[in-house]
Design a protein around this ligand. Structure first.
Ligand SMILES: NC(=O)C1=CN([C@@H]2O[C@H](COP(=O)(O)OP(=O)(O)OC[C@H]3O[C@@H](n4cnc5c(N)ncnc54)[C@H](OP(=O)(O)O)[C@@H]3O)[C@@H](O)[C@H]2O)C=CC1
Ligand SMILES: Nc1nc(=O)c2c([nH]1)NC[C@@H]1CN(c3ccc(C(=O)N[C@@H](CCC(=O)O)C(=O)O)cc3)C=[N+]21
Length: 301
């Protein structure tokens, strides 16, 4: 293995420390940023994950408002809660955990969130701002990915970037951010012809597909920076019957022998997503109160 392993867990911890410092500064002025997280349904993995967010929110000194609703919740009831959170002055950021149960139109819910509190950056207003280069909220996962790329390479202008995946929450905003850094960006997806060949052109390869270890070592350009967004739970018979483990969308060991830098799963993009959520909540708290956003996004954590 020759690649630098990009330690997202450590970077995220550094980012949270800088956020906590900024929050304690604001606390002296009587300002406490607040994040509301809404979970619909009892999926145990999501519950653990939402609890994790709540813990990290409180650890940086922010208020956390957790709303866990039954899977049978109606769209109207969820829209009602969103309206209440929009109007609540103690709430700076609102995150409604996706996916939502099928009786609820997720797009309707996303569009109901006040864009000034949309710390996920999923509202069309914020997506449009990203596309047009206007400051707004940038989706947490792509933002975290960009910070990790920049932790190993500051200047990205002119590099060829390939993003595999075109979802609204990861692939598309990731591509926009890389265009913003003057990369030449290709967005690949399930209809892409000869995906391995497309990936081999990438100086920066971002895999956001949701297919365990799909990207192989021989798809990687020697010296490339590889960012693995995938979170896939797969059986792990080596650890015992019925045991599982989490793997990314990239075959890690193979890729690490070709790339110059690579993010692991777990411990790469995932922890950055939550840290960026807290970062965006701080931004929301600043913008809503006319305060200046402290510089928390330095390169190295
Ligand atoms: N680490 C983190 O913080 C986060 C991780 N994730 C993880 O990232 C992954 C992607 O998430 P998300 O964007 O929400 O997923 P989606 O399912 O919304 O999108 C997946 C994308 O991958 C494309 N795709 C699927 N199969 C192939 C294939 N065989 N070849 C090429 N492209 C393919 C799809 O193409 P098409 O559009 O043509 O269908 C689609 O654009 C998942 O593993 C998810 O768990 C997600 C969010 C946060
Ligand atoms: N409105 C909304 N916003 C989201 O940002 C959002 C969402 N809905 N729905 C689900 C996806 C997924 N996602 C992850 C965040 C952190 C980790 C994370 O911290 N992962 C750790 C642990 C992985 C594990 O062991 O399970 C790691 O990669 O090291 C993973 C996945 C945010 N999402």
């Amino acid at each position: 293995m020759s690649a630098t392993i990009i330690d997202g867990k450590a970077y995220a911890a550094g980012l949270r420390t800088r956020i906590a410092e900024a929050v304690s500064g604001f606390a002296r002025q009587g300002v406490v940023p607040g994040l509301a997280v809404v979970l619909v349904g009892e999926d145990p993995a999501s519950q653990i994950y939402v609890r994790n967010k709540a813990r990290q929110t409180m650890e940086v000194g922010m208020s956390s408002f957790e709303h866990v609703l039954p899977a049978s919740t109606s769209e109207a009831a969820l829209l009602g809660l969103v309206a209440k959170l929009n109007a609540d002055p103690a709430v700076d950021g609102i995150l409604v955990q996706l996916p939502l149960p099928k009786q609820i139109d997720a797009q309707k819910v996303i569009e109901a969130i006040d864009p000034a509190k949309d710390v996920d950056g999923f509202h069309p207003i914020n997506a449009g701002k990203l596309m047009t280069g206007v400051p707004g909220f940038v989706s947490c996962t792509p933002l975290g990915c960009l910070l990790l790329v920049q932790s190993v390479r500051r200047e990205l202008a002119g590099l060829d970037a390939v993003v595999v995946g075109r979802s609204n929450i990861v692939g598309k905003p990731m591509a926009q951010l890389l265009v913003g850094q003057s990369c030449t960006v290709t967005v690949a997806h399930s209809r892409t012809r000869d995906l391995p060949e497309v990936c081999r052109r990438a100086d920066i390869l971002v895999a956001a597909v949701g297919r365990p270890e799909m990207v192989r070592g021989d798809w990687i350009k020697p010296g490339a920076i590889v960012i693995d967004v995938g979170i896939n739970r797969v059986p792990n018979p080596a650890a015992g019957e019925g045991k599982t483990k989490v793997v990314g969308d990239v075959a890690f060991a193979e890729a690490a022998s070709v790339a110059s830098a690579i993010t692991p799963v777990p411990g790469g993009v995932g922890p950055m997503t939550i840290a960026c959520l807290l970062r965006n909540t701080l931004q929301a708290a600043c913008v809503r109160r006319g305060l200046e956003m402290p510089p928390v996004d330095m390169a190295r954590g």
